[in-house]
Design a protein. Structure first.
Ligand SMILES: C[S@@+](CC[C@H](N)C(=O)[O-])C[C@H]1O[C@@H](n2cnc3c(N)ncnc32)[C@H](O)[C@@H]1O
Length: 356
């Protein structure tokens, strides 16, 4: 292995669950040994691996079923040179006296995820981000908005206990108790401080790799294009569960923001955390037939899968399925500890399965 390949690789920071950011250097050392030009990051999430592919000079198609994640892809993978400047940030945070601002979050999510004044600010910011169209158009507008949403989403995650929206638990943040977890200082830090900090960080990651990278926002089974290599990091299914992790459930609030105009009519009000009602996802049950269908669909490409050794189906099963379509299948693994998991460090390994 060349010395250069061993260097630590930095992907943009994120608190997204299941992000591969902590293992990009390990993955890079494996991926550089494969020959490919075009690549699909099919379950793109926080974009760490899509960004790695971009940095490797590949032509990247980033996909994720969540619209909120597609903004990350547009901001950091498709975008070649657009950044948010100080004036843009002031526009996003300032109240224009001539405007009337909607109050959807203030009204529907009162006392659920953020403080009252933060809800008012979120309603205002969303309108202002959409109104960047008063200042820009075309691709510049597309990238400015995506960066603004990406900064906003990362700020929202930073301010949430567990960085999720799975429970109505604002009280974890506001109650006056001694805490054994979490970071009240970060939760209470103003949105604007988070946003500016993230903008400074992500601006450094905007670059042109000389390729026309693109972003898709669809269910994996709707993609019919051809790629030299496809990378699958699907929602993980633990052995004791019959369903994989439900990302739409964990990040529904961000999907609501991305569907602001129809959000109010798509809320499940029967549940206390009021989730945004998400469309059907094929990666829900029967993962054995899902993996099989996926490998058949992309059998012309080099296939790379990331999975956990404690997951369902087992690594042996996934390898067996891949061997139906690929001559050579190899696996590599490293120890991996999941944050916020009580079994941390007890035999968990992250596995990569490569079919050529
Ligand atoms: C384990 S995460 C991927 C993490 C990503 N590799 C990263 O480093 O951040 C799985 C992702 O798959 C997406 N997803 C779930 N079902 C999907 C489907 N049917 N088609 C496409 N994406 C899907 C989820 O929204 C989630 O972001």
């Amino acid at each position: 292995m060349k010395k250069k390949d061993n260097e630590r690789f930095d992907a943009p920071s994120t608190r997204y669950q299941g992000s591969k950011r902590r293992m990009v250097s390990w993955l890079k050392n494996i991926l550089v040994t494969l020959e490919f030009e075009t690549v699909l990051d099919a379950f793109g999430g926080s974009g760490s691996i899509g960004f790695l592919f971009k940095s490797m000079g590949k032509e990247v198609s980033f996909n994720d079923i969540l619209k909120s994640n597609s903004q990350t892809g547009i901001a950091l993978i498709e975008n070649k040179n657009v950044k948010l400047n100080v004036k843009d940030i002031e526009f996003i945070f300032n109240e224009r006296k001539t405007e009337s601002y909607p109050k959807l979050i203030s009204k529907m999510y009162n006392g659920i995820y953020f403080l009252d004044e933060e809800n008012i600010l979120l309603d205002k910011m969303i309108k202002n981000i959409e109104d960047l169209s008063l200042l820009y158009n075309g691709k510049t507008l597309r990238y400015k908005k995506a960066l603004a949403y990406h900064n906003l989403f990362q700020s929202c995650l930073s301010k949430r206990p567990f960085n999720l929206f799975h429970r109505k638990n604002l009280n974890l943040r506001t109650s006056n108790v001694k805490r054994s977890f979490g970071n009240k200082k970060t939760w209470d830090k103003p949105f604007k401080d988070h946003f500016i900090k993230f903008n400074k960080e992500y601006s450094k990651f905007v670059f042109d790799n000389g390729k026309n990278n693109m972003v898709l926002n669809t269910d994996i089974f709707n993609i019919n294009d051809k790629f030299d290599l496809v990378y699958f990091d699907p929602p993980y299914c633990r052995k004791d569960s019959c369903h994989p992790q439900n990302y739409a459930e964990m990040y529904h609030f961000l999907e609501g923001i991305m569907n602001y105009n129809t959000w109010e009519h798509n809320i499940d009000n029967s549940r206390v955390n009021k989730p945004f009602i998400f469309k059907k996802n094929t990666w829900d049950c029967n993962l054995i037939s899902n993996f099989d269908n996926l490998f058949r669909k992309f059998s012309d490409s080099t296939i790379v899968v990331s999975y956990g050794n404690k997951g369902k189906p087992t690594i042996q099963t996934i390898v067996k399925l891949m061997k139906k379509y690929k001559k050579t299948v190899i696996t590599k693994s490293i120890p991996y500890s999941y944050k916020l998991n009580r079994n941390n460090g007890k035999g968990y390994r992250e596995v990569i399965i490569i079919g050529k």
